[in-house]
Write a protein of this length. Sequence first.
Length: 125
Amino acid sequence: MPRTVHELGVTQSILQIALRHAERAGAARIREVSLVIGELSSIVDDSVQFYWDLISEGTIAHGAVLSFTRVPAMLRCQDCAHEFPLNQHDYACPACASSKVIVADGEQFFLESIDVDLAEPQPGL
């Protein structure tokens, strides 16, 4: 899968967020970063991992595991409010056959959690 500049920018943002929160918590090391990615987002897991491995070097996040949770795409009928999974060939509501549907889920991308090792307290401080 080709790597894009899009994933590089996204990965840089993830790293900045993770570092900022970890440092505020007094972390010595980031162990794991959990990401939630909707099926309809343009984020490619392998590309994010590739860039993470490059740009986290030299930081407390180097070697951290990235875990990816994929959220399936869901549609909502605007006529009857029925929610159903996206079918790539048929966008009609299975409950009422309406074609007036909107995306209800699957577009998100966010950092869900960060697992860290806290720094040891310094004696006498």
